[in-house]
Design a protein. Structure first.
Length: 522
């Protein structure tokens, strides 16, 4: 993730519309899912879809044995479907797969899934028609969002089926703040349910929709957190009288992992001009590892996240249905049954990335603890001028420890698991869906740990009245002070942590750090 990509990500919140046609980037998913950018079908996209659909219609007329078009699905692959039942089996396929249970997914997750469906199904290799794609786009543009229960996926199928059910008027959708039966929600939005044609029900529930969508949100938040973690680390290093000797470029050139080198450069840039860092350059022979090892630990985590982003980007621009239809003008088409619908690539990337992100947060939590521990901080106990009467910032560190514990649970790999489904026809399952969901949740938790480190570091910086902090760290502290005061006496803390966490998510912390001339890079 170069600084150029970071600048592009900043634009995600300002992208007004996305015209489908490709290639697709992560910021497109974020723009549609989180900031509700408009979606339009491009001319090339429409032409590809229609060409493949013509092949499917021809297969159906010929009665050729093609999985999911003229045959049953799953273990029923060897059962022929009569022409009059082609639509019935697609409807039944969607309804039978709508089996997710429990509390509903967040709307941004469902929007991400709907957008990924449009992206994946428009490759010209799936055979889906324009009718379901137009309706998906219209629902996104009018904010008609299916309710998708959040549990019960082995890698794909169930979450997707609840979105597909909404297209045919089944299940429930949210529209204008109300949960309504899908048909009613569509009607109020000026839309109508559709009738699925051959193969369309299969395509809608197939592929890596949910794995890709959850991972996309996870990578955006995780990489934002990774760069914010450098800002947090610089602020903590500064107020804890840490030495910049450990950031010496010669050290990192001797072990030239690119992300380690760039992290050390980030810390040096952020602390350029710091009177505090200059005063305490040789205060200790060496610091504790949570300060001394910032480039190494942060760098290793960023490497995994950056590699995962490459995997995610490839998946976003892939055709992941089964079967796929390959055709050329004048030569007809060939249908190939395979398994690009497998979720292992993004699932494994999500598992690894959850571990990497948790590693970053364990460093952050340790720095939080050092700032409130008078035995190592050389700062007032729990960063409060009047301890005893006040707990100060004692308890936010407990929260960080609890959040870290939750992230550790979410870091257990999902893709090492297996389940046997569909009467041994699917005797292996990727579990990529669970991996991506865990990663997304871990990334949402990480911003709170970073928020607590920023809360502590800003508080600690205010105790330095005789030495000037670096312009970059002072700018971050000033941004925090726009919404969060210096904590003089105990008060309700949760709103402050939420406020700073929101700053992390909106890139406000990174923006503030770079406002004085620092240029940060993953």
């Amino acid at each position: 993730m170069s600084n150029g990509i970071l600048q592009t990500w900043r634009k995600a919140r300002n992208i007004a519309s996305v015209t489908l046609g490709g290639p697709y980037r992560l910021e497109h998913v974020i723009a549609v899912a989180r900031y509700k950018a408009r979606v339009d079908l491009g001319d090339g996209y429409i032409a590809r879809v229609q060409k493949a659909r013509n092949y499917v219609d021809a297969f159906a007329k010929e009665g050729r044995a093609v999985y999911g078009i003229t045959t049953g699905l799953g273990e029923n692959w060897n059962r022929a479907i009569s022409p009059e039942d082609l639509r019935v089996v697609q409807r039944h396929h969607v309804l039978s797969h709508s089996c997710s249970v429990g509390e509903p997914l967040e709307e941004e997750c469902v929007r991400a899934m709907m957008f990924v469906m449009l992206v994946h199904f428009g490759t010209g290799l799936t055979g889906i028609g324009l009718s379901p794609l137009n309706l998906l786009a219209d629902m996104l543009n009018r904010d008609v969002i299916p309710q998708v229960p959040g549990h019960g996926s082995v890698g794909y199928i169930c979450h997707e089926a609840h979105i597909a059910a909404a297209l045919i008027g089944e299940g429930y959708c949210r529209f204008q703040g109300k949960l309504l039966p899908s048909t009613e929600a569509l009607t109020q939005a000026g839309l109508s349910p559709i009738v699925l044609q051959s193969k369309e029900g299969l395509t809608l529930v197939s592929g890596t929709t949910s794995v890709t969508a959850f991972a996309a949100l996870g990578f955006y938040d995780a990489l934002t957190a990774a760069l914010t973690a450098d800002v947090c680390a610089a602020m903590s290093l500064e107020v804890l009288k840490g030495t910049l000797r450990a950031m010496d470029p010669r050290v990192h050139e001797a072990r030239p992992h690119a992300h380690q080198v760039s992290t050390a450069k980030n810390i040096r840039s952020l602390l350029l001009g710091s009177g505090i860092a200059e005063r305490y350059l040789d205060y200790r022979v060496q610091d504790a590892l949570s300060l001394r090892c910032i480039p190494q630990m942060h760098g290793a985590s960023k490497k995994i996240l950056a590699d995962g982003l490459v995997t995610l980007s490839t998946e976003l621009n892939s055709s992941v249905d089964n079967p796929l239809i390959f055709g050329t003008e004048g030569d007809g088409a060939e249908v190939v049954m395979a398994c690009n619908a497998d979720g292992s690539y993004v699932g494994m990337a999500s598992d690894c990335s959850a571990i990497a992100l948790t590693g970053l947060m364990k460093m952050s939590e340790r720095r939080i603890d050092r700032m409130v521990n008078l035995h190592v901080s050389e700062l007032p106990p729990f960063l409060n001028r009047n301890p005893g009467l006040n707990n100060g910032l004692m308890i936010p560190q407990y929260t960080a420890a609890g959040l870290l514990g939750e992230m550790k649970l979410l870091s257990h790999p999902a893709t090492i698991d297996n389940a046997v489904t569909c009467a041994l026809q699917e005797d292996y399952t990727s579990m990529g869906g669970n991996a991506a969901v865990k990663f997304h949740r871990a990334a949402r938790l990480a911003r709170y740990i970073l928020a607590i480190e920023l809360l502590n570091a800003a508080q600690a910086q205010d105790f330095y009245t005789d030495l000037a902090p670096a312009p970059a760290t002072r700018a971050v502290r000033d941004r925090i002070r726009e919404e969060v005061p210096f904590i003089e006496e105990d008060q309700l803390m949760q709103p402050f942590m939420e406020s700073i966490a929101d700053m992390v998510s909106r890139l406000s912390i990174i923006d503030a750090a770079e406002s004085t001339g620092s240029v940060l890079d993953i």
